[in-house]
Ligand binder design. Structure first.
Ligand code: ACO
Length: 327
């Protein structure tokens, strides 16, 4: 199978900043609680006019520039999101049109916070088949649009943003995605759910009154599964690549909670200083956290050609996945 590597990244974050002090004014919470329990200091939120595709188009332009490609070069477009512009048409089709791409296959995937990693694995296999050369994978969310702003236990966690990675074939077999594992356990779906708006509970006055269109999370239970499942996925991905935690130069876990990220690093035996952190400034952006962190790490020089990068994510579904990449 032809191996693939990430040849360009891009990201876009909305301008509006919501600080912990802003939440102190709205809810019975404190900067101290949010910082010590989650590591979050601020997050970016879209305006009422902005939707997920708007963020993606900007992130996509930046990724194309980084990869030195044109929209015409892209063969497949995948967007991981649980906050699409609409249930249909897909956000990917909206991006395909707005970026003037050819009539390439374009589709969305919903695996919550793990969505971007799921997208990477799909792209890797499509490139591996030899039938497609360049694939654009977005992880993008406007979680602010489905946040219950009256629920202090979840409102303070979420942010908006879009990240994009372009994958292409790797001429050097030593470079690129070295190992990957991905999982799900639907029996735990109720831990993290947006109950309203689908075919189970179609939109009605009642679903709106009961706030069923917002994220509902059993934080404590979710936390325990996140630590154990992300830890195991990281260990398995390292083993499959013939590496250990000591070989990791940069660890980018899903950015939901600093304590989860640190516990996962310990389980994978990765030094804490290798953990790349953005949760303090962006909060939890679900599928967008990993690609945005990757783009930040490229821009600030943390990720260099040859770096061993460990990616690890966990989210609603439940879903989880990990990958080892030689950059
Ligand atoms: N400010 C002040 N107090 C609060 C707040 C707040 N914002 N939120 C909750 N509390 C209180 C609770 O009411 C509770 O009070 P009580 O003891 O009087 O009942 C106390 O703080 C402790 O609450 P816990 O829920 O036990 O707090 P915990 O330490 O578990 O932190 C958190 C909560 C941050 C949500 C944590 O559980 C977590 O990060 N969970 C995992 C999140 C995650 O990984 N999600 C997956 C990805 S998201 C996705 O897929 C979209």
């Amino acid at each position: 199978m032809i191996n693939s590597r990430i040849i360009g990244t891009g990201s876009y974050l909305p301008e509006k900043v919501i600080t912990n002090q802003d939440w102190e004014k709205r809810l019975d919470t404190s900067d101290e609680w949010i910082t010590t329990r989650t590591g979050i200091k601020e997050r970016k939120w879209t305006t009422a006019e902005q939707a997920t595709s708007d963020l993606c188009v900007e992130a996509g332009k930046r990724a194309l520039a980084a990869a030195k490609l044109n929209p015409d070069d892209i063969d497949v477009l995948i967007t991981a999101t649980i906050t699409p512009d609409h249930a249909f048409p897909s956000t990917s089709c909206i991006i395909q049109h707005r970026m003037n791409m050819r009539t390439i296959p374009a589709f969305d995937i919903a695996a919550a916070c793990t969505g971007f990693l799921y997208g990477l694995e799909i792209a890797r296999n499509l490139i591996g088949s030899g039938r497609y050369k360049y694939i654009m994978v977005f992880g993008a969310e406007c979680l602010s649009k489905i946040t219950d702003v009256q629920d202090r236990s979840s409102a303070v966690l979420f942010g908006d943003g879009a990240g994009c990675a372009i994958l292409g074939p790797s001429e050097d077999p030593q470079r690129g995605i070295l190992s990957f594992n991905w999982h799900s356990d639907g029996s735990l779906g109720k831990l993290l759910i947006q109950p309203g708006g689908g075919s189970r509970n179609p939109a009605s006055h009642e679903t709106v009154d009961k706030r069923m269109h917002t994220i509902q999370m059993l934080g404590n239970e979710t936390y325990k599964h996140a630590v154990s499942k992300m830890g195991q996925a990281a260990v398995d991905a390292l083993n499959a690549a013939g590496l250990t935690g000591k070989d990791v130069d940069v660890f980018i876990p899903h950015q939901a909670n600093l304590r989860i990220m640190q516990s996962t690093a310990k389980r994978a035996k990765v030094a804490l200083e290798k953990v790349y952190i953005t949760v303090d400034k962006y909060g939890n952006m679900s599928a967008a956290t990993v690609p945005i962190a990757m783009d930040d790490a490229v821009k600030d020089g943390t990720l260099k050609p040859g770096s061993i990068l460990l990616l690890d994510a966990f989210g609603g579904g439940l879903t989880w996945a990990a990958a080892v990449i030689r950059w």
